[in-house]
Every structure is written in structure tokens, then in C-alpha cells.
Design a protein around this ligand. Structure first.
Ligand code: AGP
Length: 618
């Protein structure tokens, strides 16, 4: 998974490309490179290592040119190295490309090109694209000059040979007036300026220059000139489309004064809740109501026999919370499945089912594949995603956006809690439609107050910071809980493991005696989530079981609750809310705990090792 960018206009391309790449580093950061057309040559500078390595290299030389492409890489084929970095060129060095995605049939194409004299420099899949474009470009050279745009046709012809995913930027010495872009299964956005145009994998890379964009649709090709942009279908038909306006402010895509994006995004949650809820909660004379104009739930929703939810990682944990919510409020059976399992287990479809896919990025390969499988089985797809214009949002039948704003840190926080909000609203709406809930107002009233309660928890972050400074070196951290608390425990454990690299697991508290308690020793911390009031005595017993075996313990429970004071080493309290809505609040202290442990251990919480923000390949 990588970040690509490109520029054509009146400015010097190098600084524009580097600035854009900085905003795309979260998509991959093991190497970076640019190619700029200087006079009649493509100057390529590409280096292993984070972007600053390339920046340092470019600080010692000036590359003049106003057409260029750039890339920040997350290696999939070919280990991180200078030669495997992008951009890649054809053998002549007169065509350069940058690519995000995987070409699944690259080995076959490489052999085919080698049999025709192709000489390759790298171990990547991407390099075959540059050579393939050049192969067809040479064929078209024999055309009568001026009969067609031979570079565009060479690109389009090459694309027909590719299996897999791509977001591409292409420039060529012979065409200093244009930049070609194309996408399939990987996101790509065209930024529209005055006398200048841009491409980028994500919006924050463009916001310094423009808010008018085209979200390239599946298999579309764009040709960017200095004074206009042409859009084409993969068959080469011209497309006329109004640009989209992006209303993110640049600050919201920057750190905003926090040490890390993750801490900013944890604090963003109060605003994200407000932004996600406000357009959907209406206060009528008879009380609160849910406004779902954007998805128009038809009668089929009320009669659906089952809900199937599939996702990956944090989004899957949101789905687990959703299961409890749908079954609580709408009394409908819910099946939750990890997308990478769902897509291969030959699942049983029922076209009457409601099929929900959850994905912050809207580009996760396994989640997209699971959705496409369900769609083929006749299911109605509702997507919950944070990415306007993402592949998921364009292929689903209905889309519910989590208006959380850009989530840059690899560890998901505000996207998770706003996914929960959307799931709660859906569950309450479905409960009303199915007649299981006569009045949702008390819950909606509670939801309208959640943003303030999140802010109150964040005001106590020093308590969590101090606890983390005492516990960050524990060998093992186990999160336990029951019902909604168990679902949230899964997310607590992932947060801690993915950024602090601590061995951290979640267990249904009732499972401790069935094995996990064998792991408990004096170098263990057990964090119990205790918000389900009718189960407090069970959690008290669990805490006694683990502390008697030497574990340290923390309980996250309600303000004013004293049931755990005598048994737990530490108790962190959160503002009261209806038990079933507790995940919206109980996850916040765990996010902060994970963040402070990561910082204490000297890790970069925004860019944890081995992870990328959006897993667009299997
Ligand atoms: C969560 O903190 C991780 N970054 C990861 O598990 C993530 O949730 C997962 O890859 C799914 O991503 P998506 O929501 O963009 O589909």
C-alpha cells in the first residue's frame, strides 16, 4: 500500500511533490522517490528509507521542471531498496510511472516482455507497467503522426493486460504537456487548480492547493494538462463530470499542535461525534428522532431475517459492538465475520439479509472482496466508511459516512467510535421499524450528550498517563469484559499491541477459567471493563482471581461506582450513560493508555512497525 502524487503546472514540481508526499507518508514509508521532466530528460531521484532521506538528497541539488510524479512506498513485491523504489521507468528512461497496488500477473507479463528484449532493473511488479506502456508506445510510433494520442493509447492498452490493482501516474519526455492517471481498486484523486493540476492517493495531499477534485471512478483514466483535465472510461469514451468540493480544512489534516496524529485524533472524537450525529438527530416536538435521509431504509430492512457484518481489525471490533446493539434494540440475529475469513468460507447467502461492511479507509482489500462476494450473492450492501469517494463507498448500495475527518495515525480511534455511532443509530432505527422499540428518545438523548462526556474523560488524561508510566513495561496485558465490555476489550487489546508492541489480548471475562488464567503472573496487568451493571459481581470475582495470582489490575467503570475499590489496584471512572452505549466512552481511556505506553516505550504511535494505515492488498 503506497501513496502516489503528481503535478503539472507553472510551479517547480519538486517542492510540490515533496510536500504532497509528506501528507501521504501514512500510506507507506519504507522508501520514496520523484521523477521530474527537466528539459528533454526525466530526472529520477528515489531512495530507501523515510521521506526525509530523499528530501536531504534533493536539498543538495535543484531539479528544474514543472511536470513530475512522486511516490512513498510500502513494499509488497521487492524488499525496500533504492532500485525497488518508485518511480520506475521503461528501458529508455523516457517514460516514468508511480503505482499504488499489486499487479497479480506481473511475472507472466515480465516473462513476455523479456522474451521481446525487455531488460528489468528491479524486483517489483510495478516496473512491468513502465515497460509494457513503452512496448505499446513503440508500436504506436508507427502510426501516422497526429492520428491519435499515442501515449494515452499505449497506457490504455497496457492497462488491459494488467490483473490486480493500480493507481497510476505516468509522464513521458515526448509529452511535456500532460500527466496521465488511472485507477483500478486503489484510490486516486485529481486536484483541479488554476493553470495547474494534481493527482494524489488521498485528499490531505491536495488541500494546500485546491478543494475542487475528481474522485477517479473504477478503471477511469485522466489526462491532466496545464489548462484542463480530460476524463475517459477504460474504453476511451470521454466523461463529463462536475468536480467534488472537499471541505476539510488543512489544519484538520495536520497535527494541530499535538505531539502525534493519534493523540490529536483521540481528542478529535468529541468533534467527530458531533459531526457524525448532528445531521442525523432531529429534535421534534415529540422528542428525538433519527434522520436517515441519506440511506432511505426501505421496508425490506424491517423484514430482514438477519444482519451480516464483515470488516477487518478495528472495524471488525466495531462490528462486534454492533452485534450486541442490533440484538439489544432490534431483536434481529446478527452474524459478524472477519472479512478475510468470510471471503473464502463459501458463506450461505440470503438476499433478504442486510449486509453491512465497515471500513475506515474504504479500500481494505479483504473487506472489498467480502462485499463483492455478498453483492454477487444478491445481498443489499450498506457501507459504513470514513472515506468519501472510496471504492467501498462507490460500490455499496447504501453508504453511511462517519464524518470523523481524516484519520492519519495508523491506529484507528475516532473512526472506530464514529463507526459505533452509526451502528447505534442503525440499531435504534431498526428497532423502531421492527416495532421492538417504542421510543428511542432516551437513547438518542444520551447520544446527544456523548461528545461532552468524551471531553470530560479527556480532561482526566493525566491519570491515565501516570498509570501508563507505572505499567508500560508489563510483559502481558489482558483486557476482560462481558457483553458490550467484551466487544470493546477486543479493541482495547488491539490498540495496545499495535502501537506499544506489548503482548496484549482480550478475553470474555467468563472465559478466564477455561484457559487464559494460566497465563496470569506477577508480570501481568489485567484491565477489566465494567459497565454492565447487572454483571458487576462477576467482574469482582474475576479481579480477585487474577490479583490472587499476582497480576496488577485496573477497572474502568462508572463515576460514583465503588464496587471495585476494595479489589482493584486502580479504578478509572467514566461519566454515566446507558449500559448499552458504554463502548462510546469506555474505549477512550484504553486509547489513551495505549498511546502513553507506546510513547513511554519510545515508539512512534503514528507509524507503528510492520503496519500500514490501509491494507489495500491481501
Ligand atoms: C486499527 O487500528 C488498524 N490500523 C487496523 O486493524 C485497521 O482497523 C484494519 O486494517 C481495517 O482498516 P479499514 O477500517 O480501513 O478497513
Amino acid at each position: 500500500m503506497c501513496g502516489i502524487t503528481g503535478y503539472i503546472g507553472y510551479r517547480q514540481a519538486t517542492p510540490v511533490l515533496l510536500e504532497a508526499l509528506k501528507k501521504l507518508e501514512y500510506r507507506g514509508y519504507d522508501s520514496a522517490g520523484i521523477a521530474v521532466l527537466h528539459e528533454d530528460a526525466l530526472l529520477v531521484r528515489k531512495m530507501k528509507g523515510p521521506l526525509q532521506v530523499l528530501e536531504a538528497r534533493l536539498a543538495t541539488e535543484t531539479i528544474a521542471g514543472s511536470l513530475g510524479i512522486g511516490h512513498t512506498r510500502w513494499a509488497t513485491h521487492g524488499e525496500p531498496s533504492d532500485i525497488n523504489s518508485h518511480p520506475h521507468t521503461d528501458v529508455s528512461g523516457r517514460i516514468a510511472i508511480v503505482h499504488n497496488g499489486i499487479i497479480e500477473n506481473y511475472a507472466k507479463i515480465k516473462a513476455w516482455l523479456q522474451a521481446r528484449g525487455g531488460v528489468f532493473k528491479s524486483d517489483t511488479d510495478t516496473e512491468v507497467i513502465a515497460h509494457l506502456i513503452n512496448y505499446y508506445y513503440q508500436q504506436y510510433q508507427k502510426d501516422i503522426p497526429g492520428t491519435r494520442d499515442i501515449l494515452l493509447h499505449a497506457v490504455q492498452h497496457a492497462l488491459t493486460r494488467l490483473a490486480g490493482s493500480y493507481a497510476l501516474g505516468v509522464i513521458a519526455c515526448d509529452f511535456p504537456d500532460r500527466l496521465i492517471a488511472a485507477r483500478k481498486d486503489s484510490p486516486l484523486i485529481v486536484g483541479l487548480g488554476e493553470g495547474e493540476h494534481f493527482i494524489a492517493s488521498d485528499v490531505p495531499a491536495l488541500l494546500a492547493y485546491t478543494r475542487e477534485v475528481y474522485f477517479l471512478e473504477e478503471r477511469e483514466v485522466a489526462v491532466l494538462y496545464r489548462d484542463h483535465v480530460d476524463l475517459f472510461t477504460e474504453q476511451g469514451e470521454k466523461i463529463i463530470r462536475a468536480p467534488s468540493h472537499v471541505d476539510w480544512d488543512l489544519a484538520s489534516a495536520e497535527k494541530g499542535g499535538y505531539a502525534h496524529f493519534m493523540l490529536k485524533e483521540i481528542h478529535d472524537q468529541a468533534k467527530a461525534f458531533t459531526d457524525t450525529l448532528r445531521p442525523r438527530l432531529t429534535l421534534e416536538a415529540q422528542g428525538w428522532d433519527i434522520n436517515f435521509d441519506e440511506i432511505k431504509l426501505d421496508a425490506g430492512w424491517a423484514e430482514a431475517p438477519r444482519i451480516v457484518i464483515t470488516a477487518c481489525g478495528t472495524a471488525w471490533h466495531a462490528a462486534m459492538v454492533g452485534k450486541y446493539a442490533f440484538e439489544r434494540f432490534a431483536r434481529i440475529p446478527v452474524e459478524v465475520d472477519i472479512a478475510s475469513e468470510y471471503r473464502y468460507r463459501n458463506p450461505v447467502f440470503n438476499p433478504q439479509d442486510i449486509f453491512i461492511v465497515i471500513s475506515q479507509s474504504g479500500e481494505t482489500a479483504d473487506t472489498l472482496a467480502a462485499m463483492r462476494l455478498a453483492k454477487k450473492g444478491g445481498a443489499r450492501i450498506l457501507a459504513i466508511t470514513n472515506a468519501v469517494g472510496s471504492t467501498l463507498s462507490r460500490e455499496a448500495d447504501l453508504v453511511l459516512y462517519t464524518w470523523a475527518g481524516p484519520e492519519i495515525a495508523v491506529a484507528s480511534t475516532k473512526a472506530f467510535t464514529t463507526q459505533l455511532l452509526c451502528l447505534y443509530l442503525l440499531a435504534l432505527k431498526l428497532g423502531l421499524l421492527r416495532g421492538c422499540l417504542s421510543d428511542a428518545s432516551p437513547y438518542l438523548q444520551a447520544l446527544s450528550e456523548v461528545a461532552d462526556k468524551v471531553a470530560r474523560i479527556l480532561n482526566q488524561k493525566e491519570l491515565i498517563q501516570r498509570f501508563a508510566s507505572r505499567q508500560f513495561n508489563k510483559d502481558k496485558v489482558f483486557f476482560i469484559g462481558r457483553q458490550f465490555d467484551y466487544a470493546v476489550s477486543l479493541e482495547c487489546a488491539l490498540k495496545l499491541k499495535e502501537i506499544s508492541y506489548t503482548h496484549s489480548e482480550a478475553f470474555a471475562a467468563g472465559e478466564l477459567k477455561h484457559g487464559p488464567i494460566a497465563l496470569v503472573d506477577t508480570n501481568t496487568l489485567v484491565v477489566a471493563l465494567a459497565t454492565q451493571r447487572e454483571l458487576f459481581d462477576k467482574i469482582v470475582s474475576n479481579i480477585r482471581e487474577v490479583t490472587s495470582r499476582g497480576a496488577a489490575s485496573l477497572v474502568i467503570t462508572w463515576e460514583g461506582e465503588s464496587a471495585f475499590d476494595a479489589v482493584a489496584d486502580e479504578v478509572f471512572t467514566i461519566p454515566q450513560i446507558e449500559d448499552s452505549l458504554s463502548p462510546l466512552l469506555s474505549i477512550i481511556p484504553a486509547q489513551l493508555f495505549a498511546y502513553y505506553c507506546a510513547v513511554q516505550r519510545g515508539n512512534d504511535p503514528d507509524k507503528p512497525r510492520n503496519l500500514a494505515k490501509s491494507v489495500t492488498v491481501e
